[in-house]
Design a protein around this ligand. Structure first.
Ligand SMILES: NC(=O)c1ccc[n+]([C@@H]2O[C@H](COP(=O)([O-])OP(=O)(O)OC[C@H]3O[C@@H](n4cnc5c(N)ncnc54)[C@H](OP(=O)(O)O)[C@@H]3O)[C@@H](O)[C@H]2O)c1
Length: 283
């Protein structure tokens, strides 16, 4: 059976195997998709071993997306301009092809939810691999982005990285309170930090939240993430976690590997709310 995997650390929480099983069932493709927990300094070694042992493609998650970019022989445009890779595939010439499906997956979900229009003013929280991976799609769509991050230098590095494509604002968190930045109306806040994983909330001023704002957390859990709970508590009506993005980005990865696009609408409709209750899918 064709072998695929998701590589990360930690990886226990990942729902990718379930989603790929749903895609395989829907499209009639037979594949084995497993989780691989990689010790922090062993990413490239693990990937090489995986491909030597018959693996055909992989998803890469926290914290290896920048490292994955470096080991690729060729890149799709999405990956090349993002500088991070979340999907790889072995080509027929045994080369490693890197793609980034996070950005396009997020954009698709935000469009499905009606959370975004071209020219949306987005406040992006976080400057890790996921934040870097989604920016290219958002700026291609026409959005304006301001980044803030716990470590200011990381936000600055990302803005520098994209400076030849589009100007991205980056701020110190304390400057968001500054009068002129406080006056900016953000249409959408995207939490691309991993703070929710540890039950924390990114440090942003309450005054940024307006009742008509959209708030999206890339993280997902059985119940609302700490960030989304905080938004709801302060009157935000339109919120979403990252399950839809997870399904959409997985579909683009599936397409890269098999050349067939799963019907994500059906899967989101049926499983978005109860993905945490599925432990196995009968074949
Ligand atoms: N739904 C999906 O399909 C999808 C796809 C990709 C990622 N994700 C989720 O996105 C999140 C980020 O992933 P990643 O790959 O970017 O991780 P990463 O590369 O490790 O980056 C983590 C980011 O979170 C920030 N951070 C961590 N703890 C924080 C805290 N307590 N308060 C404020 N900021 C904090 C870090 O700030 P510093 O720079 O200061 O360290 C950094 O900006 C994860 O929760 C991941 O599960 C979801």
């Amino acid at each position: 059976m064709k072998l695929f995997a998701v590589f990360g650390n930690p990886i226990k929480h990942s729902k990718s195997p379930i989603i790929h099983k749903l895609f395989a069932k829907q499209t009639g493709i037979s594949q084995n998709y497993i989780k691989i927990n990689v010790p922090i300094n062993f990413f490239s070694k693990s990937i090489i071993n995986f491909f030597k042992n018959g693996g055909l493609g992989a998803n890469i998650t926290i914290p290896f997306k920048r490292e994955a970019y470096k080991i690729c022989d060729t890149l799709t445009n999405r990956a090349k301009y993002s500088g991070v890779v979340n999907t790889i595939k072995i080509t027929s010439c045994k080369k490693i092809l890197g793609d980034n499906t996070d950005g396009i997956g997020l954009l698709k979900d935000l469009n499905n939810l009606n959370f975004i229009i071209p020219k949306s003013n987005i406040l992006l929280l976080g400057a890790g691999g996921a934040a870097q991976g989604i920016i290219y799609s958002l700026i291609q769509f026409g959005c304006n982005i301001t980044i803030i991050n716990r470590t200011y230098q990381h936000a600055k590095n990302i803005a520098e990285y994209f400076k030849n494509i589009k100007k991205i604002n980056y701020l110190r968190i304390e400057n968001l309170l500054h009068h002129s930045f406080n006056q900016i109306h953000y249409d959408l806040i995207i939490n691309a930090t991993s703070s929710s994983m540890n039950g924390n909330i990114p440090n942003i001023p309450l005054s940024i939240l307006k009742p008509d704002i959209f708030c999206y957390d890339l993280f997902y859990d059985k119940e609302n993430t700490p960030f989304l709970k905080w938004c709801v508590f302060h009157g935000v009506k339109n919120i979403s976690d990252g399950i839809g993005m997870l399904i959409e980005q997985a579909a683009y990865a599936f397409y890269l590997w098999h050349g067939i696009m799963p019907n994500t609408k059906k899967i989101i409709r049926k499983y978005k709310k109860n993905i945490f209750n599925i432990s196995n899918i009968s074949d």
